[in-house]
Design a protein around this ligand. Structure first.
Ligand code: CO8
Length: 379
């Protein structure tokens, strides 16, 4: 008698892991020199047009690099951003039957994560679109990404500014822990250029566009090489020091010089001073809870907002000045990509980590908000 072959379904463990990550980088990039030339051309025009007003001051490449560590940023619409008459992205509107641009770049990152994990879309149970700005109110970007990938299950959007990805990873991990899903995509398409005030000297250099994806799965179905999630911890503390008042109750176009509070605004100095201790404390408390000696962490994949902030946080965590190997930066080429920053750092700088070594993905930003994901390499 012929034996019937029955596919064995692995028993789920309820232990969440990161199976793979993905990255989409827009092909166009703006170097500081080009950005400052455009900004200064705008300043000349503005001052010539408003001779009786307090003149605007020039920006400078030296200041930007020294204050932030940023040398360039990728963008979805370079020519319009650099045009001193425009200074915001010009992305042509798409018909409702075309994929929207935010979903498109999210899908590109998600496909890479799925491919790296050897996962078919039909085996994914949920999609979270976790980002600091959504292209529209509804239908959710996550549902469009889910549809474009051919995923059954459910999806929704979540926004916790720069901490969106780590909040998404904890949410995905909780679904795995609870048995609600065995495979969850956390997608972070960040078109930050749309909510950056490119005419504001204090912040025009900060942000860049990108998309990342993280596949969180039950250990039972993960590929042999993966990252065990040892623990996640989130924190929020209300602050007005990073704010954007754009919303459905104020529909004025968020461009031009008259609506700066409908774009990104911040008290950068205060953010720096207040967020560094908050994040360092969160990391140290969580390490203690998990029984991890912070000095033993092999690598910190920190949020990429400012090189100086990362230097201080890493020093408090590791107990010494961190090397580029211990706390890699992607700020120089990507700028601040909001929630995607720590995931880009993780994606680009994890191949050399040995099995058994422990690292930390950590993000922080507006809210204030902060999230930690301690991971250990397996396989
Ligand atoms: N060129 C030349 N000089 C400048 C420029 C410029 N572009 N900008 C400011 N200066 C001058 C100032 O006028 C000032 O001069 P003076 O001393 O004579 O008054 C001097 O430089 C110093 O200015 P600052 O004190 O502002 O400069 P800092 O050294 O503090 O550096 C930074 C500014 C880089 C902004 C720094 O404070 C910083 O990085 N802070 C932390 C920022 C941060 O982490 N923010 C979090 C944002 S991420 C987030 O959560 C938002 C999510 C939403 C994303 C949406 C996307 C749009």
């Amino acid at each position: 008698m012929q034996e019937t072959q029955v596919a064995t379904i692995p028993a789920l463990t309820g232990r969440p892991v990161i199976s793979a990550s993905g990255l989409f980088t827009p092909p166009e990039s703006i170097a500081n020199e080009e950005l400052v030339a455009s900004f200064n051309a705008f300043v000349d025009r503005h001052n010539a047009a408003h001779p009786d007003a307090e003149p605007l001051a020039y920006s400078s490449v030296e200041f930007i690099e020294k204050a932030s560590g940023i040398k360039a940023r990728h963008v979805m619409s370079k020519a319009a951003v650099l045009d001193p008459e425009v200074m915001c992205p010009r992305l042509p509107e798409r018909a409702n039957d075309e994929i929207s641009v935010m979903a498109e770049i999210g899908v590109a990152a998600a496909k890479q994560a799925l491919e790296r994990a050897g996962r078919k879309p039909e085996d994914v149970g949920a999609v979270l679109c976790a980002a600091s700005n959504m292209q529209r109110a509804y239908p959710a970007m996550a549902i469009e990404i889910q549809h474009a990938l051919g995923i059954d299950g459910y999806g929704f959007d979540m926004n916790v500014a720069c901490s969106s990805a780590t909040f998404g990873i904890q949410t995905a991990a909780d679904y795995v822990r609870a048995g609600h899903a065995q495979s969850v995509l956390v997608v972070s398409p960040e078109i930050t250029s749309g909510h950056l005030n490119w005419r504001d000297r204090d912040s025009h250099f900060i942000f860049g566009d990108v998309a990342t994806a993280v596949l969180v799965e039950d250990a039972a179905i993960a590929p042999a090489q993966h990252w065990e999630i040892l623990g996640t911890r989130l924190k929020t503390v209300f602050s007005n020091n990073i704010r954007n008042n754009f919303g459905f109750l104020n529909r004025a176009a968020p461009e031009g010089e008259g609506t700066p509070d409908k774009l990104f605004v911040q008290e950068g100095r205060k953010v720096f001073k207040e967020v560094v201790p908050m994040v360092a404390q969160l990391i140290l408390e969580e390490a203690a809870r998990l029984g991890i000696d912070p000095a033993s962490l092999r690598r910190l994949w920190l949020h990429q907002a400012n090189a100086g902030m990362n230097r201080l946080i890493a020093q408090r965590v590791l107990g010494h000045e961190a090397s580029e190997d211990e706390s890699p930066t992607v700020l120089d080429t990507y700028g601040n990509t909001s929630s995607a920053g720590s995931i880009i750092a993780f994606h680009l700088h994890n191949q050399d980590i040995a099995a058994g070594e422990t690292g930390l993905i950590c993000s922080f930003g507006a809210g204030y908000s902060a999230g930690t994901v301690f991971v250990r390499k397996v396989g």
